[in-house]
Design a protein around this ligand. Structure first.
Ligand SMILES: [Zn+2]
Length: 312
């Protein structure tokens, strides 16, 4: 923010930089800057944070308008111009009207809407603005639908625990019985258990997200020269959609980037679905074993490994 300095660069340049910031966070890249016309100073900035904030109204323009109102000490932004990289949606047009902005200048066109009392001028630095959006979607298409978001806050660990509880109780009682499912959820997937494992055993927990929606979770840790895949669970309605394969591609890339030669995992001998799916992804059975986990329960598992050194 440089509210009291004269702004020399084109405000759209700054809006584009803000759009890049959004893209880095996996958000659709839209940036907005509000300039006071009398002295050209920037009084508000924002970028799209819908996914990050889980807020359908967290558009770049809204953030910039809110900041400008704070900076200028009132909600009336008359005498100001907003620069935004993408044509504002109806909500943001409405907000611009309510804020009494004099002008909105946008870059790339979106589905056209009729204008209100604010003058909306499109096509300004349109090529650059369009390119930002095009690049983002091109890159995202290449990446597939799935993103992994690491759990860091207590709130995130609580949400992963809730996801685990639901998926495990839906899936495992048929394989290992209700009692052992309860016990294993408590032992491995409770909030306390996961926090402990993350803090002392270097486990990393991720939300598996498809188009921003939680579809499951996964947990990994580095184990010598291999990546141990501790958990990979998807909600019932999201199984069989190749999401597991996409997650495995991301984890294989992670393993390669960290100089590891393989991903390995354990799977219950009676978990036919998971075994079939791992084998289809190229995992090879390398052993088996029983591990006792207390309370008279044990896990009777196969060990599987996926060589990640050849695939690219
Ligand atoms: Zn909007």
């Amino acid at each position: 923010m440089n509210s009291d300095r004269t702004h020399t660069a084109d405000p759209m340049e700054r809006a584009l930089a803000l759009a890049d910031e959004a893209a880095r966070m996996g958000e659709v890249p839209v940036g907005a800057v509000i300039v006071r016309d009398s002295d050209g100073s920037v009084v508000g900035e924002g970028y799209n944070r819908r996914e990050t904030d889980r807020d359908p109204t967290a558009h770049a323009e809204i953030a910039a308008i809110r900041q400008a109102a704070q900076i200028l000490g009132g909600w009336r932004l008359s005498g100001c111009t907003m620069y935004v990289t993408l044509e504002p949606c109806p909500m943001c047009r409405g907000a611009a009207v309510n804020a009494r902005l004099d002008r909105v200048i946008y870059g790339a066109s979106d589905t056209s809407q009729g204008s209100f009392e604010v003058s909306f001028d499109g096509g300004y630095m349109a090529d650059r603005c369009k390119e930002t959006i095009k690049l983002f979607f091109k890159r995202r298409r290449k990446m597939g639908k799935i993103r992994l978001v690491e759990a860091k806050t207590d709130d995130q660990f609580r949400r992963i625990a809730a996801i685990a509880d639901e998926i495990w109780h839906d899936y495992f009682p048929l394989i290992i019985g209700e009692d052992q499912t309860d016990y294993m959820v408590y032992l491995f997937c409770s909030f306390d258990a996961m926090k402990e494992k993350a803090a002392t055993e270097d486990y990393i927990y991720y939300f598996i997200k498809a188009d921003g929606e939680d579809v499951g979770y996964t947990a990994i840790r580095t184990d010598g020269d291999r990546l141990f895949l501790s958990k990979l669970y998807l909600y019932k309605e999201h199984r069989g959609r190749k999401y597991a394969k996409e997650v495995m591609e991301i984890l294989s890339a992670y393993a390669r980037e960290h100089g590891l030669r393989a991903v390995w995992l354990t799977v219950n001998k009676h978990n036919d679905l998971a075994i079939a799916s791992y084998e289809a992804m190229g995992f090879v059975r390398i052993g088996e074993g029983k591990s006792f986990i207390g309370n008279g329960f044990y896990m009777d598992d196969y060990y599987y490994e996926l060589d990640v050194t050849k695939a690219e």
